[in-house]
Design a protein around this ligand. Structure first.
Ligand SMILES: [Fe+2]
Length: 398
């Protein structure tokens, strides 16, 4: 599958002949793929200044060590006389500016390399763009400075927060309590969030009522606001509620960020002796609320296989995604050292019984905590439900 631009929109060309991989090829409906991607109008993102900072972003922080050079991707419309600062507004530190390499394949964005101070303490930081003396853009919680490759890490997996869901009535308080609990008690190195952060519909008299765009946008803002109250590195992959309609796509990208160079948000990172691979399992729906084809494209299969094949011998992987709708991960679980697949969406497992030991399905829970070390492997430490964080319960704990 290859993307191209036509009339200002990204489209996709699907090849009917594939090269060997995967063994069982995904069924791809050419016309549905064209319709889907032609609705995802990516090119005008820059012109309408949805963002000035496209990378790093708070939903996919960049990992760096003190003294390292950090690559950024900015909108090309960004002023040329900018400087970059790291940290809170008052206490921020100016970074040494490096090269501005062109971003491969597009004139809408440009690169900027910045060098971190050698004595920058470990932590999660904001980045600020300053033009002259005036701040013009900030990206919160997007730079994760790690002192070294840690041998033991604790991380949390959350999913299906569904901000905006009217039930339970104190849902947002519970979600806030969950984050406060993680921040104060668990202190995970980072959070994996497998999506369905918001709702695309609510149930009214037993029927699905599609939410108005302004309501969904409000939910996007509220979800972002809750999560950013806390300084925990947050790695988000969207689910089938999150970017469900074209008119939601733009606000999602503005508030949550997303890839600038491809239509999907697959990515990977290595904070310790483990490779974490996030797959974008968002689903686009038409006006009749019918889902467009959401199978992984051949290009995405190739990317995933390359990721897994390039793992060093002693480095296993963990895949996190909203759900494996079509059993497409089975092929990989049979061949590669994937320790766990963390997902949400429903309590029904999406893995085969033969891979039950890799099953990291979360529903009906809302959070699980893992500890990983090369010596002891991956260990599940705790699972929590949203009911564990109801306001009265949280008050009783404090
Ligand atoms: Fe879902």
């Amino acid at each position: 599958m290859r993307s191209f631009r036509k009339n200002g929109q990204y489209c996709v060309r699907t090849y009917t002949r594939f090269r060997q991989f995967p063994a069982r090829l995904p069924r791809i409906n050419i016309f549905e793929s064209l319709i889907y991607l032609s609705t995802v109008n990516l090119e005008p993102l820059n012109r309408e200044r949805l963002r000035l900072i496209y990378s790093p972003r708070w939903t996919k922080p960049v990992l760096a060590m003190p003294g390292e050079t950090v690559p950024m991707v900015l909108a090309d419309s960004c002023p040329r006389d900018i400087s970059v600062r790291v940290g809170d507004g008052v206490d921020s530190v100016a970074l040494r500016m490096g090269e501005c390499p062109p971003v491969k394949g597009t004139a809408d964005f440009r690169g900027l390399n910045v060098r971190l101070p050698d004595d920058l303490a470990a932590g999660l930081y904001d980045l600020h763009l300053v033009s002259g003396t005036a701040p013009i853009a900030s990206e919160p919680n997007c730079l994760w400075v790690v002192p070294e490759d840690r041998a033991r890490i604790t991380f949390a997996h959350i999913s299906d927060l569904h901000v905006g869901n009217p039930r339970p009535s104190d849902r947002e308080h519970r979600i806030d309590n969950l984050f406060r609990y993680l921040d104060c008690d668990v202190k995970p190195a980072f959070i994996l969030n497998t999506g369905d952060l918001i709702n695309r519909y609510i149930h009214t008299n037993g029927a699905k009522e599609i939410l108005r765009p302004d309501i969904v946008c409000d939910h996007i803002h509220r979800a972002r606001e809750i999560i950013l109250r806390y300084r925990i590195p947050h790695f988000l992959t969207p689910g089938n509620h999150d970017v469900a309609f074209p008119y939601i796509y733009r606000e999602w990208r503005r508030m949550m960020g997303g890839p600038w160079d491809k239509p999907n948000d697959d990515y990977a990172f290595s904070p310790g002796g483990m490779r974490f691979i996030g797959l974008d399992r968002s689903v686009m729906y038409d006006g009749d609320h019918q889902a467009y084809d959401n199978r992984l494209s051949a290009a995405r299969h190739r990317w995933l296989r390359t990721e897994l094949e390039s793992l060093p011998a002693n480095r296993p992987a963990l895949i996190f995604c909203h759900y494996d709708y079509h059993g497409e991960l089975k092929w990989y679980l049979q061949r590669y050292p994937v320790l766990k697949v963390c997902y949400g969406h429903t309590a029904k497992s999406c893995l085969d019984p033969e891979h039950a030991d890799r099953d990291g399905g979360l529903c009906p829970y809302i959070c699980q905590v893992f500890e990983w070390s090369a010596n002891d492997g991956l260990r599940l430490c705790a699972k929590m439900k949203l009911a564990d964080f109801e306001t009265a319960h949280a008050n009783a704990q404090t």
